[in-house]
Design a protein. Structure first.
Length: 411
């Protein structure tokens, strides 16, 4: 029994010694030799002692062992990759967890994810309060609603691709004494920032001098809460849905960034437009909100087709609404500066800078045709009929027209 106990102790000691050698000096050979221990056990009892000598504790299983440095390197490499794999796995789990948390947080606010193959692999559309928005809108919902409004603000509001940039340039010139040279010095996004876009951001808007000029594609019901009490000037522009859907599709195909591009076909986009599954859709609901409030003192509703047909009259209407009457010379200067050909070549208003930052294709122009009735060259009859039915069903009494009374449909 004693022999067995010491043999077990000896094997454990040798193994511990081997591990110490491996951990402290992997490059040095560790020599483990068989040994015989003289063990003396004594027991004192009534001056009687018992001596056990020469208790053999030889282990035949242990031999000289030389550690291989290459094997140590392999072990360290394997350990490194094990730690690295664990770290990557933890990061992936964290990312999945954060995405799941963000989805749950959106649901708690009443925001629904919409997954459509035509918009790529990741969800780019979200439904909120009956509207469909891109991610950068829903990610900033609270800041949008609680933005501090000023009474002398001027807001240009529209569904996308309804003549927004055209109207912005007109409003800017009216508000700044028709200083065309000044307008050409700074791009329109700085002069007339996009409210819900991540650049320049709400902090920059808060620091802008009054009167501020602000553009947004949000429907009137989604504008800041203080709109009701402060009552700033709001100019809304609408365009017929047929030209809007054509212009919007070609606009999206110019982008090279995932969260703005559309990977489906033109027919796909038209059908989604009819169903209201496009950014800021449904179109009819957006327009109806503005039309229902057209009689409020601080709201002016315009139509793209009217601007095309008689830009001088509409410019005067806008100037009177802003309490900044113009001379006929000034009206003519604005009309000439804001013609389609001039706007298309105006680097401060044609959005060509998006190409410089890699967001848009180099060969494309953001201002395409600027015509009324171009839809005839693109829409299938069944889509045209569906859009007619949409207007008839939801916008009764709203003067939406997809042609001009005159033969000339360009500015």
């Amino acid at each position: 029994m004693i022999n067995m106990l010491f043999r077990s102790w000896h094997q454990s000691s040798c193994l511990f010694h081997q591990l110490r050698c491996l951990s402290r000096a992997p490059s040095v050979a560790c020599h483990l030799k068989n040994a015989c221990y003289n063990v003396s056990l004594s027991k004192q009892s009534n001056k009687l002692s018992v001596l056990f000598r020469n208790v053999s504790n030889t282990s035949k299983n242990f031999k000289d062992y030389n550690f291989d440095p290459k094997q140590a390197t392999r072990r360290r490499t394997l350990l490194l990759f094990t730690y690295l794999s664990g770290f990557i796995g933890a990061m992936l789990l964290t990312a999945i967890g954060l995405r799941h948390y963000a989805r749950m947080a959106r649901r708690a606010q009443g925001i629904e994810d919409i997954k459509l193959r035509q918009y790529g692999r990741k969800p780019q559309l979200f439904r909120y309060r009956g509207y469909v928005f891109p991610d950068f809108v829903v990610n900033d919902i609270k800041n949008n609603l609680h933005f501090e409004v000023r009474e002398d603000d001027v807001w240009v509001v529209s569904f996308p691709k309804s003549g927004t940039t055209w109207l912005q340039e007109i409003v800017y010139l009216i508000n700044n004494g028709v200083d065309i040279e000044d307008a050409a010095q700074t791009n329109i996004e700085e002069r007339f920032p996009y409210f819900e876009w991540i650049v320049p951001g709400k902090q920059v808007l808060n620091k802008m001098e009054s009167p501020r000029l602000i553009k947004t594609h949000l429907p009137l019901s989604m504008l800041p809460n203080q709109m009701k009490s402060k009552k700033p000037k709001i100019i809304y522009i609408a365009r017929n849905p047929k030209d809007t859907v054509v212009s919007y599709y070609f606009f999206l195909t110019k982008f090279v960034i995932d969260d703005q591009s559309f990977v489906g076909t033109f027919d796909d986009y038209c059908q989604l437009f009819v169903e209201g599954l496009v950014h800021y859709g449904p179109w009819w609901k957006h327009v109806k909100e503005a039309w229902d409030r057209k009689d409020e003192d601080n709201i002016l509703v315009l139509f793209y087709e009217d601007l095309q047909e008689d830009v001088h009259r509409v410019v005067r209407d806008i100037a009177n609404f802003l309490n900044k009457p113009l001379t006929e010379t000034q009206v003519e200067a604005i009309a000439r500066h804001c013609s389609f050909d001039t706007m298309k070549n105006n680097k401060a208003a044609n959005y060509d800078w998006l190409k410089d930052v890699g967001m848009a294709k180099q060969e494309e122009s953001f201002l395409r045709k600027g015509q009324v009735g171009d839809w005839r060259n693109h829409l299938k009859p069944e889509i045209s009929d569906q859009l007619d039915e949409m207007v008839a069903s939801h916008l009764e009494g709203v003067p939406i027209r997809d042609t001009l009374t005159s033969e000339d449909s360009t500015s």
